[in-house]
Design a protein around this ligand. Structure first.
Ligand code: MG
Length: 163
């Protein structure tokens, strides 16, 4: 049983990027075989971005774009899982312990189910949490809207922190 905490906070993260030809598809730090990838200044890893924003939000530390501005050449092509590691350090530096993370990927294609375990492993290692405290789901937008036309992929995440 964990020690009692005097303070707990929850944070929400959301992100979406367009799918384009000629880019690798990176989700949760895992490169997924698919003819298209997500467009963005970094590797456009929506899952790492959403989880990072959930953690920053819980700790009231702003958002990912504020800490790693998209126009900054230092972050061009950067691996977003590395940014997530830095976010975890920022949150811990404020005295917070990360309790759990729950995330959902919303993609019409490709099918992400077969890759969830690997992504979860990468997130677990980057956040420093056992896999039992990380939940990851792949949801279909059921053909609705731009996501349903497979024009992009979105991710949602919540994180709980305590001290
Ligand atoms: Mg993003």
């Amino acid at each position: 049983m964990d020690a009692p905490r005097s303070e707990i906070r929850v944070g929400l993260g959301w992100d979406a990027h367009p799918l384009v030809e000629g880019r690798p598809l990176v989700l949760g730090g895992v490169e997924i075989p698919f003819p298209k990838g997500l467009q963005g200044h970094s590797d456009a890893d929506v899952l790492s971005h959403a989880v990072s924003d959930a953690l920053l939000g819980a700790a009231s530390l702003g958002d990912l774009g504020g800490h790693f501005p998209p126009g900054d050449p230092r972050f061009r092509g950067v691996r977003s899982l590395e940014l997530l590691r830095q976010v975890v350090e920022m949150v811990k530096r404020e005295g917070w312990e990360i309790v759990n993370v729950d995330a959902a990927l919303i993609a019409q294609e490709p099918r992400l189910g077969p890759h969830l375990q690997q992504m979860k492993g990468r997130l677990s290692e980057a956040i420093g949490l056992p896999p039992t405290r990380i939940s990851l789901k792949a949801k279909s937008p059921e053909g609705l809207g731009a996501l349903g036309r497979a024009e992009g992929i979105a991710a949602l995440a919540v994180a709980l922190i305590a001290k």
